[in-house]
Design a binder for this molecule. Structure first.
Ligand SMILES: [Zn+2]
Length: 197
């Protein structure tokens, strides 16, 4: 497998681990294509300017990985129901911002996109609005109903699960994130060892 192919495989495994721990709130619908992932999120958000009186129960996301991924960023767009959101274009394309780094895993990227679409106040960007009407609505709605934002959260602590591995030199028990593979430096004895979780 080429470096990029193994990176995609590792990303998909991390994403499946994230979904497995989300109590059904995040589902990988189709991960068979190396360049396109379909995800379903079952958490309430705004489907129109009638939120919070009316909610959208969830949404489907398509994540496209460009040929040069991870050196070029993934893109995210909604398929089907639209989230009414200042950073989502009419086309459904999500304006995630320009913070992608090649070392960022796809699981962290997806967490960021989902938190944005659930109106995490740290991520909604009113300086770069993709949908003018949604931008105006959000600024008003947030003042009128501050407790209605974010619309929901997902307990990612459950999702980013950890497992116990023993250091082969000193037998110290280390808690490591699942779905990773690489070299670990033991914090007790300093020995470096290869581990997969
Ligand atoms: Zn050790």
């Amino acid at each position: 497998m080429s470096g990029m192919a193994s990176r995609r495989q590792a990303d998909l495994e991390r994403l499946r681990a994230l979904a497995a721990g989300s109590a059904g709130q995040l589902t990988v619908l189709d991960g068979s294509s190396p360049s396109r992932l379909r995800l379903r999120v079952r958490r309430p958000t705004a489907g129109s300017d009638r939120y919070p009186a009316e909610t959208l129960p969830g949404f489907d996301l398509i994540i496209d990985l460009p040929t040069r991924y991870p050196f070029e960023p993934p893109t995210a767009r909604l398929e089907g129901a639209r989230v009414f959101h200042p950073n989502v274009f009419e086309s459904g394309v999500v304006c995630v911002g320009s913070k992608w780094q090649a070392g960022e895993g796809l699981d962290l990227y997806v967490m960021r996109v989902v938190r944005l679409l659930l109106f995490d106040g740290m991520l909604v960007n009113l300086q770069s609005v993709a949908h003018g009407a949604a931008g105006h609505w959000y600024a008003r709605a947030r003042r009128a109903h501050p407790q209605a934002f974010p619309t929901a959260t997902i307990d990612w602590q459950v999702a980013t699960d950890r497992v116990i591995r023993a250091c082969p030199s000193c037998q110290a028990k280390l808690r490591l994130p699942t779905g990773r593979h690489g070299t670990v430096d033991c914090p007790r004895c300093g020995a470096a060892f290869e581990v997969g979780t």
